[in-house]
Design a protein. Structure first.
Ligand SMILES: Cc1cc2nc3c(=O)[nH]c(=O)nc-3n(C[C@H](O)[C@H](O)[C@H](O)COP(=O)(O)O)c2cc1C
Length: 359
C-alpha cells in the first residue's frame, strides 16, 4: 500500500482491521461482583468500537493473578458470560476486540489473594509501593518464588484463560508481558534471580514468556495472538542490566511464531530506541504506544517504524477517537480522577463529537 497512515486498513495475522487507531488496554476497575463484566462495561466498549482494534483492560487469568479491586477475570463461567455481553456489543458495531491476559505476580497483596496467601513471583523480592485492598492502602509484601514445576501450572492458567476468552467471543488475545507484572518480573534480572532454567541468562529469563506464548498460540493459532512488552523501565523498582539485549532477544524469539502483532508501550526515550532494534528483528505488525498524537503517530507509520499506534488516555475521553483524529476535530481532555471508579461517571459519559464541535 502507498503511504499508509492511521486511517489505512491493516491485517494483523488472521484479523483485518479497518484502521490503525488501536485502543490501548485500560484498567477501569468497574467489573461487577465476582469480577464479572456487566452491561455498563458493554456500553463502554460499544462506544469505542470504531477503533481499528480494541484491546480489553487487563484481565486476570486466575484469582492469584489479581492485584487490584474490581478488575475483571477470565477464570469462571460467569465471567465468560459477562464478557460475551462486551464482545457482542463490539461486534454489533462492526468492531474487533482482543482480550489482554494478565497475571500481576508480586504486584498484589495477601488481602487480594485466595486464602490470604502470599503473591507469587519469579523471585522472593519485595517491590516498592502499595496495593489498594478492602482494608485500605497496604505496602507490597515479599512474594513467594514459584517452584520450578509450579511454573508449568501458571503457564496452563494462561492457556485456560485463552480458552475462556475464545468461548467469550473475542477475536484474539494479547499476552500482557509489560508494566512490571508477572511475565516482566521473569524477564528482568532485577526481579528474577532464579538459578533454575527460568533464571540467569537472557534465554532462561525469556523462557516463561516463550512457554506462555506457545501455550496461548496452541489455543488460538499464532495469527490471533499478540504480545505486549514495555522495554523501558515501567516503574522505579523494575531494573534490568541490559534492556536492549533482553528485549531484542525477546523480539527475535517472538518473531518465530508469526504472531498477530507485537505491542510496545514506550515509557522512556530508551524504550523508543529499543523499538528500532525490535523492528529489525520482528517482521509481523508492530504497534507502538505512549503519548502519541495524530502527527507523531502518522510519522512513525510513514517511516515504517510501526504499523499501528495505540492510544490510551485519549480513548478514555473520546469514544469516537478515530473520527475525531481523521477530521482534526477538538479532543476532550481525560479526567484522571475518574480513571478508576465504580460507575459510569468518567466512563460512559464522555461525549461523542457533534456537528457543532466541528465548526
Ligand atoms: C487508567 C489507565 C489504565 C491502564 N490499564 C492498563 C492495562 O490494563 N494494561 C496495560 O497493558 N496498560 C494499561 N495502561 C497503560 C496504557 O495502555 C497506555 O500504555 C498508557 O496510557 C500510555 O498511552 P497514552 O499516552 O496513549 O495514554 C493503563 C493506563 C491508564 C491511564
Amino acid at each position: 500500500m502507498n503511504n499508509p497512515d492511521l486511517f489505512s486498513p491493516l491485517t494483523i495475522g488472521d484479523v483485518a482491521l479497518n484502521n490503525r487507531v488501536i485502543m490501548a488496554p485500560l484498567t477501569r476497575t468497574r467489573a461487577g461482583e465476582g469480577n464479572v463484566p456487566h452491561a455498563l462495561n458493554a456500553t463502554y466498549y460499544r462506544q469505542r468500537a470504531s477503533a481499528g482494534l480494541i484491546i480489553s483492560e487487563a484481565t486476570q487469568v486466575t484469582p492469584e493473578g489479581q492485584g487490584y479491586l474490581y478488575t475483571p477475570g477470565i477464570h469462571t463461567d460467569e465471567q465468560v458470560a459477562g464478557w460475551k455481553l462486551v464482545t457482542n456489543a463490539v461486534h454489533e458495531e462492526g468492531g474487533k476486540i482482543y482480550m489482554q491476559l494478565w497475571h500481576v505476580g508480586r504486584i498484589s497483596h495477601p488481602d487480594l489473594q485466595p486464602n490470604n496467601q502470599l503473591p507469587v513471583s519469579a523471585s522472593a523480592i519485595k517491590p516498592e509501593g502499595y496495593a489498594r485492598t478492602l482494608n485500605g492502602r497496604m505496602e507490597f509484601v515479599t512474594p513467594r518464588a514459584l517452584e520450578t514445576d509450579e511454573v508449568t501450572q501458571v503457564v496452563q492458567q494462561y492457556a485456560d484463560g485463552a480458552c475462556r476468552a475464545k468461548m467469550a467471543g473475542f477475536d484474539g488475545v494479547e499476552i500482557h508481558g509489560a508494566n512490571a507484572y508477572l511475565i516482566d518480573q521473569f524477564l528482568r534480572d532485577g526481579s528474577n534471580q532464579r538459578t533454575d532454567r527460568y533464571g540467569g541468562s537472557i534465554e532462561n529469563r525469556t523462557r516463561f514468556l516463550r512457554e506462555v506464548t506457545e501455550a496461548v498460540v496452541d489455543v488460538w493459532g499464532a495469527g490471533r495472538v499478540g504480545v505486549r512488552l514495555s522495554p523501558g523501565r515501567p516503574s522505579a523498582n523494575m531494573q534490568d542490566s541490559d534492556p536492549a539485549a533482553l528485549f531484542s532477544h525477546a523480539a527475535s524469539l517472538l518473531n518465530e511464531y508469526g504472531l498477530s502483532y507485537l505491542h510496545l508501550y514506550e515509557t522512556t526515550d530508551e524504550a523508543r530506541e529499543i523499538t528500532h532494534l525490535i523492528r529489525e528483528r520482528f517482521t509481523a505488525p508492530l504497534i507502538v504506544n505512549g503519548g502519541y498524537d495524530k502527527q507523531r503517530a502518522n510519522q512513525v507509520i510513514a517511516q515504517g517504524i510501526a504499523d499501528a499506534v495505540a492510544f490510551g488516555k485519549l480513548f478514555i475521553s473520546n469514544p469516537d477517537l478515530p473520527k475525531r483524529l481523521q477530521l482534526d476535530a477538538p479532543l476532550t481532555e481525560p479526567n484522571p480522577k475518574t480513571f478508576y471508579g465504580r460507575d459510569g461517571v468518567g466512563y460512559t459519559d464522555y461525549p461523542f463529537m457533534t456537528e457543532t464541535a466541528l465548526k
